[in-house]
Write a protein of this length. Structure first.
Length: 418
């Protein structure tokens, strides 16, 4: 029987083997970290791609036009910018009235304005289509870009047409409420003034009646007295209307009026005063009147219409500080009767033509109340007519009154019952 052999002793690793095993573990750890880093980088890349897609989708579907610009060109722009860029110009800036033909020109002008500012900041401006019946309104916001795109401007344009219309309607509503409040306050003031004026006019009428017996019926003094009596009567009628206004009474009843007589009486009342004041000022004013015969009657109040003509003649005189001619014509115009009052004065500024008949609007400063033309317009409108104002090509202004002509009253039938 052979003797039992002992197994050989295990080999003890040397220093090179131990070093290799340590490097292998470090390599495996680095590979794990690399794998985790690659996974994280891929996730971050996917998030960036999603964010980029969302940003692009947001920019392309936005109602606002967005562009990155400089003073010479458009660097980047979304689709909405190109859509608004196809709108018809020119675009007029609200603050100074300057015009730009296209949206690109608007953006370049705003970019230049922002880059010219000493410090960074945003600039917001409104532009309106200049020659469209229903113009669109754009709000343009421009802001300087910082960082690696420094020297360029971010321009944001929004179509705020509906917002601008709502703002205008709100402003008009506020103005209407303010005018109503002024009218209410004026009515309270008118009630007290009418009471005092009536007492004064009654005293004047009494004095005129006392002068009546001592005058020659055929003399010039009697003519002046008759004119003064007519003026006092008209003034009393105006006081009655002032009281009606303060008490909210119904309007004056309409009647058949011969416009020639109304115009003739108004001219007779103001002619002496206009010519006398012109002689005192050293600048002669000539009053030319053309009244044909046979004009049809119109509907209205003779007293009210006489006041309108007087007011227009006085305004024409005030518009000619250096003198000139006032021309008053009455004539048949189709199925209407027309009266024109022309002067050779300074005319009416174009921006005031649309507001000249509004209450409390005046170009005379502290010397005017802004109620004369407004009340005249109301009188003519109540009579079924129109009152318009325009500038003459030769200089000065012209006011035109147009009234529908009334048919002649039917003659009584022959053999009618007495």
């Amino acid at each position: 029987m052979s003797p039992r052999r002992e197994p050989p002793p295990a080999a003890v690793p040397g220093p090179n083997v131990r070093e290799s095993q340590g490097l292998l573990r470090k390599y495996r750890e680095l590979m794990k970290k690399h794998t985790a880093l690659v996974r994280k980088l891929g996730e971050h890349t996917r998030q960036q791609a999603i964010t980029s897609k969302l940003s692009r989708w947001t920019l392309e579907t936005s109602d606002s036009a967005l562009a990155v610009m400089n003073t010479t060109s458009v660097v980047l722009a979304n689709s909405r910018w190109h859509v608004l860029g196809r709108l018809r110009g020119p675009w007029r800036r609200g603050d100074d009235g300057s015009e730009r033909m296209a949206l690109r020109d608007v953006g370049q002008a705003e970019a230049a304005a922002v880059l010219a500012l000493p410090e960074g900041g945003a600039r917001v401006t409104r532009y309106r289509q200049a020659r469209e019946p229903q113009p669109r309104v754009l709000e343009v916001r421009a802001e300087r870009v910082t960082g690696h795109m420094q020297g360029q401007v971010l321009v944001l344009a929004r179509d705020i047409t509906e917002q601008a219309r709502a703002e205008e309607e709100l402003a008009n509503a506020r103005a209407t409420l303010l005018e109503r409040e002024k009218v209410r306050a004026l009515g309270e003031l008118a009630a007290g003034i009418a009471h005092d004026l009536r007492a004064t006019l009654n005293a004047m009428r009494l004095r005129l009646e006392l002068l009546q017996p001592g005058l020659d019926p055929a003399g010039q003094g009697q003519q002046h007295l008759d004119a003064l009596t007519r003026i006092v009567s008209d003034a009393e009628a105006r006081v009655d209307r002032l009281q009606d206004f303060s008490r909210r009474k119904p309007d004056t009843a309409q009647e058949r009026v011969q416009l020639m007589d109304v115009v003739r009486d108004a001219v007779e009342v103001v002619r002496g005063g206009i010519e006398h004041q012109a002689r005192q000022g050293g600048h002669p004013i000539r009053l030319d009147v053309e009244l044909p015969n046979g004009l049809p009657q119109v509907s209205g109040s003779a007293m009210e219409l006489r006041y309108v003509i007087i007011n227009l003649l006085i305004n024409a005189r005030d518009a000619m500080p250096r003198g000139g001619a006032i021309r008053l014509r009455a004539f048949r115009f189709g199925k209407a009767v027309r009266v024109t009052v022309e002067d050779e004065g300074t005319g009416i500024p174009e921006e005031h033509l649309q507001n000249i008949f509004k209450p409390f609007f005046t170009t005379k400063g502290d010397k005017g109340t802004g109620l004369g033309l407004s009340m005249a317009h109301g009188v003519v409108t109540q009579a079924g007519g129109t009152l318009t104002a325009a500038n003459r090509t030769q200089g000065g202004a012209v006011f035109t009154l147009t009234f529908p002509a009334l048919k002649a009253p039917a003659a009584p039938a022959r053999g009618a019952a007495r």
